[in-house]
Design a binder for this molecule. Structure first.
Ligand code: PMP
Length: 407
C-alpha cells in the first residue's frame, strides 16, 4: 500500500476536516435545527422558468447542439455579453472581454489566487473572512495579513506588500455587515498607495432588504480611473444566491489582460463551464432575474427580522449580534472569555442546533490577527422562521448557562 501521507503535497498540510461536521454525521440530521450553513432556500428556486428554458433548448436542435458541446473557456458569449451589459448599465462600462464565466464564484476566487499568489506571497483578507475564500487561498501557500475591522487602522505603511486584498463589501459572510462608502473609498486609496489588487466578492450584493445601495468597489474605481482597463479591482459575481447554486455559474469582471490570463487558468483547470447550464441560466435571467431577486429579498427579509426579534427576546445580557441590511447571516458575540467553539459544540450535542463557531473565519497564522474565540455565525436563509426562533430560544438557554460562569 502506498504511504499516502508522505506523498501528499505540502499545500495539503493545513487542510483539515471540520470537527463539528464530523460529529454531525453521527446525529439524525432531521432532528437538528440548522442555523449553520447559508444555503439558499430551495422553495424559491425558479422551477417554472427553468422548465421553460429547458423546453426551449431541447425543442430547438441548433440550441441543443450548442448546449451539449464544450463551451468556450471564457464562457458562453451571450451570457458574458449579458453580464457586461448589466455592469455597463450600473456604471461599469465594459465589454465581453472583461468577463470570464466560472464554476460558481468559488472557482473565481481560486483562480484569482492562482493568478496572483506564489508560495510565500502576502494575501490580505478582511477579518473575519468567508471560509471558502480562505481555503481556496490556503492552497497557494500565502502569508496572511489581516485587513483590520476598524478602518482607522488601515495604514498603508503597515499594510504594504500584499498582492491583493480580499473583501466582501455587501452583507459579508460571516458578519452580515456592509462596508461604508467612506471605507470603500479609503480601501481604494490603500490599493493606490500599496499597488495591490482589490478582490471584491459580490456574492450577496443583490440581496439588500433595507437601506440604500452603496456603489461597489468596481463602480467607485471606474469613477476614479474612468476606464475598466485601469482599475485595481477584480470583481466576482454569482447566480447561486439569486437563481440556484447547482447551476454553478459565477463570473469575474476586471481588466482585459487579467481576464485573458484567468481564461488560460480556466482552460487548464476544467476547459469550460457547462454550456447547458450557462444557456439555461441565460434564459432564466432574461425571463425572471428581477422577480427572483424580489422573491428572495421578500423571503429573507422576513426571516432576518424574525431572527433578530428572537435574539432580542431570548439572548441574555452580554451577548450581542449584528443587524444586517441584507445577505444571509447574523454574527453573534459572546462575552469575552466565553468560548464559542464550546458553545457551538454544546448547542449541537445538547440542544440539536447547529451553528458555526467564529474561529473558522479567521486565516491561519495571520501576522497581525488574533482570532476571536467568542464569535459565532447564524444563518436564517434555509429554515422557516418558527424553527429558527425555536433554535434561537435554545441557544438563549445555553447562553444563559454559559455566560454567568464569567461573572
Ligand atoms: N463568496 C461568498 C462570500 C460566499 O458566501 C459563497 C458561498 N456561500 C461564495 C463566494 C461561493 O459561492 P458560489 O461558488 O456558489 O458562487
Amino acid at each position: 500500500m502506498p504511504d499516502w501521507e508522505s506523498l501528499y503535497a505540502t499545500r495539503m498540510a493545513g487542510v483539515v476536516a471540520s470537527d463539528i461536521r464530523e460529529r454531525m454525521k453521527l446525529l439524525d440530521a432531521r432532528q437538528i435545527i440548522h442555523l449553520g450553513g447559508g444555503l439558499p432556500d430551495p422553495d424559491i428556486f425558479p422551477y417554472e422558468a427553468l422548465q421553460q428554458a429547458s423546453d426551449r433548448i431541447w425543442g430547438d436542435r441548433a440550441l441543443a447542439r450548442t448546449a451539449l458541446q464544450y463551451a468556450p473557456s471564457e464562457g458562453h458569449a451571450p451570457l458574458r455579453q449579458w453580464i457586461a451589459d448589466d455592469a455597463s448599465a450600473a456604471g461599469v462600462s465594459c465589454g465581453i472581454d472583461n468577463v470570464v464565466i466560472t464554476n460558481g464564484s468559488q472557482q473565481g476566487l481560486d483562480f484569482i489566487a492562482k493568478l496572483l499568489l506564489s508560495p510565500g506571497d502576502t494575501a490580505m483578507v478582511e477579518i473575519p473572512s468567508f471560509i471558502g475564500a480562505l481555503r481556496a487561498f490556503d492552497a497557494y501557500q500565502p502569508r496572511y495579513l489581516g485587513l483590520p475591522e476598524d478602518s482607522a487602522e488601515w495604514d498603508a505603511g503597515a499594510l504594504a506588500g500584499a498582492k491583493f486584498c480580499y473583501v466582501g463589501p455587501d452583507f459579508r459572510n460571516p458578519t452580515g455587515t456592509t462596508m461604508s462608502l467612506a471605507d470603500r473609498e479609503k480601501l481604494l486609496d490603500l490599493a493606490d498607495a500599496t499597488g495591490m489588487i482589490l478582490v471584491e466578492d459580490g456574492c450577496y450584493e443583490q440581496l439588500r432588504y433595507e437601506g440604500e445601495p452603496i456603489p461597489s468597489l468596481l463602480t467607485l474605481a471606474m469613477h476614479r480611473y474612468g476606464d475598466i482597463e485601469k482599475v485595481p479591482v477584480l470583481h466576482t459575481g454569482t447566480f447561486s444566491k439569486t437563481i440556484a447554486p447547482s447551476l454553478r455559474i459565477g463570473w469575474i469582471t476586471g481588466p482585459r489582460d487579467a481576464i485573458r490570463k484567468l481564461v488560460l487558468i480556466k482552460q487548464a483547470s476544467d476547459l469550460a463551464t457547462s454550456a447547458l447550464n450557462q444557456m439555461l441560466l441565460l434564459e432564466v435571467i432574461r425571463m425572471s432575474l428581477h422577480t427572483a431577486i424580489e422573491t428572495g429579498c421578500q423571503v429573507y427579509r422576513e426571516r432576518l427580522h424574525r431572527m433578530l426579534a428572537a435574539l432580542d427576546q431570548h439572548m441574555p445580557e452580554g451577548v450581542t449580534w449584528t443587524r444586517p441590511e441584507g445577505g444571509l447571516y447574523v454574527w453573534g458575540s459572546l462575552p469575552e472569555g466565553v468560548d464559542a467553539g464550546r458553545f457551538a459544540e454544546r448547542a449541537l450535542m445538547e440542544h440539536k442546533v447547529s451553528i458555526i463557531s467564529g474561529a473558522a473565519f479567521y486565516p491561519a497564522k495571520a501576522e497581525n490577527v488574533r482570532p476571536a474565540t467568542n464569535r459565532f455565525r447564524l444563518s436564517f436563509s434555509m429554515i422557516p422562521s418558527e424553527a429558527a426562533t425555536e433554535g434561537v430560544r435554545r441557544l438563549g438557554l445555553l447562553a444563559r448557562e454559559m455566560v454567568p460562569i464569567l461573572v
